[in-house]
Design a protein around this ligand. Structure first.
Ligand code: GRF
Length: 225
C-alpha cells in the first residue's frame, strides 16, 4: 500500500508540483489524496486540477476564529484517508490544538536553514545579515512556529551578486529537490517523530540528508554532498 499525502497550500504551488511529479515518477512511494488551499485564488489549485487531483478550499477569512477555521480544515482533511499532511507554502500558523491532533504526521518546508530566520521574509533577512550560506529546511511541525525537529536541509551559497529575487530562486530550486527526498524517506518509514526529536529507524542517508545545492546561471539545480 502506498502512503497517501494531503498537501496544504496558500499560493503558487511549485512545491506541490515537484511533489506530484515525484509521486508520479515513483521517487516518493505515495500518492496525493487531495490538495487543500486556504485561499481560493491560489495558483497551486490550478496545478492540482491539471494533475487531476481533488481539491478543496477552506477560506480562513470565512471563520470568526482560528479554532473555527481549523475545525473546518480538520473536516476537509478527514474527507480523504491520509498518512501525511504536507505543508507546501501554507501561510497560516496553527494553534497548539491542531498541531497536537496531527502530531507526527504534519511536515513543512521553510525557506531558510533553521533555526536561523524563522518566520517571514527569510531571503532579505539572510542578505541583510550577510550570511554565506542560506537554504531550506524540511521539519516536523510542532507548536513552536518553524521550530519543529529537522528532517533534512539544503544549503545554497550566497553569492555577492545575489539580490532577494535571485536568492529566492536558488532556494526554491533546492526546495524542489529536498522536499521529495524527505517525503520519500517518510513514506518508506525511515524516520518518525519521537518526543521532540527525529528518530531514524533506518540510518539516515547522509549523502541525501544535507544537500549542497549548486544552481548555475542556467537555473538547473545540481546537488552534491
Ligand atoms: C516556499 O518557499 C516554501 O518554503 C514556503 O513557501 C514557499 C511556497 O512556494 N513555505 P510554492 O507555493 O511551493 O511555490
Amino acid at each position: 500500500m502506498t502512503d497517501r499525502l494531503i498537501v496544504l497550500i496558500s499560493g503558487r504551488g511549485s512545491n506541490l508540483q515537484a511533489i506530484q511529479a515525484a509521486c508520479v515518477s515513483g521517487q516518493i512511494p505515495a500518492q496525493i489524496a487531495g490538495v487543500i488551499s486556504n485561499r481560493p485564488e491560489a495558483a497551486g489549485l490550478a496545478i492540482a486540477r491539471r494533475a487531476g487531483l481533488p481539491t478543496q478550499v477552506v477560506d480562513h477569512r470565512s471563520f470568526a476564529s482560528r479554532e473555527d477555521f481549523e475545525a473546518a480544515l480538520d473536516e476537509a482533511i478527514a474527507t480523504w484517508p491520509s498518512d501525511w499532511i504536507v505543508l507546501a507554502g501554507f501561510m497560516r500558523a496553527f494553534t497548539p490544538g491542531f498541531v497536537d491532533r496531527h502530531r507526527g504526521r504534519l511536515v513543512n518546508i521553510h525557506p531558510s536553514l533553521l533555526p536561523a530566520f524563522t518566520g517571514l521574509h527569510t531571503h532579505s533577512r539572510a542578505l541583510r545579515a550577510g550570511v554565506c550560506w542560506h537554504g531550506a529546511t524540511v521539519h516536523f511541525v510542532t507548536a513552536e512556529l518553524d521550530g519543529g525537529p529537522i528532517i533534512a536541509q539544503a544549503a545554497v551559497p550566497v553569492d555577492p551578486e545575489d539580490d532577494e529575487a535571485r536568492l529566492a530562486d536558488k532556494v526554491l530550486a533546492a526546495e524542489h529537490r529536498l522536499y521529495p527526498l524527505a517525503l520519500a524517506w517518510l513514506c518508506r518509514g525511515a524516520l518518525e517523530l519521537e518526543g521532540d526529536r527525529v528518530h531514524w529507524r533506518q540510518s539516515p542517508p547522509p549523502q541525501e540528508r544535507s544537500l549542497l545545492a549548486m544552481i548555475p546561471e542556467d537555473g538547473t539545480c545540481t546537488v552534491q554532498r
